[in-house]
Design a protein around this ligand. Structure first.
Ligand SMILES: [Zn+2]
Length: 222
């Protein structure tokens, strides 16, 4: 696996630790954290800090402040034992990846036998969960092909499971977490060397620039 370059912010991770995200976003974050030692360390430290804050009735002088702990997490590369992923992994032969255990829980079978819903010749989806306006899904993009241009009325959080895509000048590859909340349309384009598989959460409908995706989006729950 290539090094992970894009991570959730510390604020996003603390919202995640505090259970303030919808299930759809928590699932995407949990999938990233399960693959990312850096974020595992940050989460463990945040849990430690929030646990200490809850259990201490009286304020105590801490040896190290919360910010120092988080800063240390930025540079700490040694995995913390108790958050290491020790759950058995299921291998996907089609995608050549170990399916994160948290994701396997939301698949009816294994990743290689799910039934895809075709959105276009180059784009397929499999909805994992819908919770009111929020939803989480797997998206499959054909090599070198683009997702229809769209903006966001809310937030979109995407993690790359296999392959990669370009969005403007940025390149996102396996393990990266891409957060989009701007209304300016963006056009993710899958890299040429193979299909791109992502898990993505939305908290409100996308804003498509073209008429056809607009007509289809209620049907596709996008
Ligand atoms: Zn990370």
């Amino acid at each position: 696996m290539t090094p992970i370059n894009y991570h959730p912010t510390d604020d996003a991770l603390s919202k995640y630790v505090a259970g303030q995200y919808d299930t759809a976003f928590s699932l995407v974050l949990a999938t990233h954290v399960s693959q990312c030692v850096k974020c595992q360390n940050t989460v463990a430290l945040q849990q430690e800090v929030s646990g200490a804050a809850l259990s201490e009735a009286k304020p105590v002088k801490m040896e190290m402040g919360a910010l120092d702990l988080l800063e240390r997490a930025e540079t700490e590369t040694r995995p913390i034992e108790n958050v290491k992923t020790m759950i058995p992994k299921v291998r996907s032969k089609i995608f050549g990846i170990d399916v994160p255990a948290i994701l396997s829980r939301y698949l009816d079978g294994d990743l290689d036998s799910i039934k895809w819903q075709r959105l276009s010749p180059s784009l397929k989806q499999h909805i994992l969960l819908v919770n009111g306006k929020a939803s989480a899904r797997l998206l499959w993009m054909a090599p070198g092909k683009a997702v229809p241009a769209h903006g966001h009325s809310g937030e979109e959080m995407t993690m790359i499971l296999s392959g990669g895509y370009y969005d403007g000048d940025e390149a996102y590859t396996q393990g990266d977490l891409h957060f989009a909340d701007h209304k300016t349309p963006h056009v993710p384009v899958a890299m040429d060397d193979g299909p791109c598989l992502v898990i993505s959460a939305l908290d409100s409908p996308l804003i498509f620039s073209n008429a056809i995706p607009k007509l289809l989006q209620p049907f596709f729950k996008m």
